[in-house]
Design a protein around this ligand. Structure first.
Ligand code: IMP
Ligand code: MG
Length: 175
């Protein structure tokens, strides 16, 4: 089977949108420090590009959870793989995710983090596939709402490949 990738959102459009999101965050958190919490590994590219453009102080931490194997559909289970290094108590936490699909991963993460007493907790995602939602998640900011297609690039993978593509592409499987 051959994997064919076509551009869905160009590098230029992704970067432009990330700049807008960073501007909005810098304004919203003026006078404060934003604690960005990235969900490994998919959010890493988005998180770095976002962090570079934020003008208020930023600190970073990462956690790793998994709901996908090497498949293109969710297993329905979320597995905790790596916790944060630092406490989030009293901090202005912004959870950064690559894509919101069924919602299982983010709702799991948000429930855990809420219980740890952050000063505030908001959730942002680069991509949102609302058609596939199973669990509701309150999003504070979304980069792009996309159709129900399996996408790769800008951190998103298929079987750990294509994360390094500088754009968001749709993957098609050809016999
Ligand atoms: P959810 O728990 O179903 O919302 O799934 C979220 C996670 O599944 C994301 O963090 C991604 O790692 C992965 N995922 C969902 N849709 C896609 C996709 O289209 N391409 C690549 N990974 C995806
Ligand atoms: Mg992910």
């Amino acid at each position: 089977m051959t994997e064919k990738i076509s551009v869905l959102i160009s590098e230029e459009d992704v970067n432009k949108r990330i700049q807008e999101m960073a501007d909005e965050l810098s304004k919203k958190y003026e006078g404060k420090t934003i604690h960005l919490v990235g969900i490994l590994k998919g959010s890493v590219f988005f998180l770095c590009e976002l962090a570079k453009r934020i003008t208020v102080p930023v600190t970073l931490d990462f956690m790793s959870v998994s709901s996908y194997g090497d498949e293109t559909s969710s297993s329905g289970r979320v597995k905790f793989i790596k916790d944060l290094d630092e406490s989030i108590e009293g901090r202005e936490v912004v959870v950064v995710e690559d894509i919101l699909d069924s919602g299982r991963t983010l709702s799991y993460v948000v429930n855990i983090l809420h219980a740890r007493g952050p000063e505030s907790l908001s959730v942002i995602t680069l991509l949102d596939k609302p058609d596939r939602r199973v669990v509701d998640v309150d999003l504070d900011m979304t980069g792009f709402t996309i159709p129900d297609k399996f996408v790769v690039g800008y951190g998103l993978d298929y079987a750990q490949k294509y994360r390094n593509l500088p754009y968001v592409g749709v993957i098609d499987f050809i016999d």
